[in-house]
Design a protein around this ligand. Structure first.
Ligand code: SAH
Length: 213
């Protein structure tokens, strides 16, 4: 029994579809993945509310709409290998796992990585690999990636991430400092990279070699 299925359906309708997310696979994934299981017990009642929530260690799980938007921008068809930087709770990785063939997600705080791995395993998401490390360097062993999603704000696009993008691949990343950032979509065409701006967002800061010091 899933007590929260009704809440999830409502979340998809009122927060995500209503704001213009159209990709049917993304909407289905958001309706399927039990977001409350990725939260500490005291936050589970708020799992389907329209905002970010604390997950411990000063980090947050993104607002459902932002998870859907960033995922839609990757335009996944199902065959892709995807990298996520900033595993946090593991929720975004689970959504990606439903939509791509293989997901690698890198988290710099070991306790968060371990917690996420446990939940993903319990949900039977065997195509998601959680790695502990500095994701501002990407994850070279599994590169190149058809999609890269960065869930923390960077000062500039980390060069290793551009290099680990496959030809035709897409990178979604919030660029900016403390407070607000702009969500950018980068697409690789051979040696060239095309960039589009998206909306204004607010993420926690990316640490590590290509993050904020
Ligand atoms: N996608 C997550 C939310 C991530 S919050 C979810 O669905 O819950 C951003 C995360 O990025 C935090 O957990 C933070 O510890 C992590 N992070 C920050 N800098 C990082 C880096 N250089 N490499 C890997 N993870 C990083």
């Amino acid at each position: 029994m899933d007590d929260y299925l009704q809440a999830r359906k409502q979340m998809v309708l009122e927060q995500i579809a209503a704001r213009g997310i159209r990709d049917a696979r993304v909407l289905a994934a958001m309706e399927t993945v039990p977001r409350h299981l990725f939260l500490p017990p005291e936050e589970q009642a708020y799992a389907y509310s329209d905002g970010p929530l604390p997950i411990g260690h000063g980090q947050t799980i993104s607002q459902p709409y932002i998870v859907a938007l960033m995922t839609e921008l990757l335009a996944l068809q199902g065959q892709e290998r995807v990298l996520e930087v900033g595993t946090g709770s593991g929720y975004q990785a689970a959504i990606l796992g439903k939509l791509a063939a293989e997901v690698h997600t890198v988290e710099i705080i070991p306790e968060l990585a371990q917690g996420a791995q446990e939940i993903l395993k319990n949900l039977g998401l065997t195509n998601v690999w959680v790695h502990i490390g500095d994701g501002s360097l990407g994850w070279p062993p599994a590169a190149p990636y058809h999609g890269i999603l960065v869930a923390a704000a960077a000062p500039d696009v980390p060069q290793p991430l551009l290099e680990q993008l496959a030809d035709g691949g897409r990178l979604v990343i919030p660029i900016g400092g403390r407070g607000f950032q702009e969500l950018q979509l980068w697409q690789r065409h051979g040696k060239r990279y095309r960039q589009e701006r998206n909306i204004s967002v607010a993420f926690v800061l990316l640490r590590g070699e290509h993050g904020w010091k």
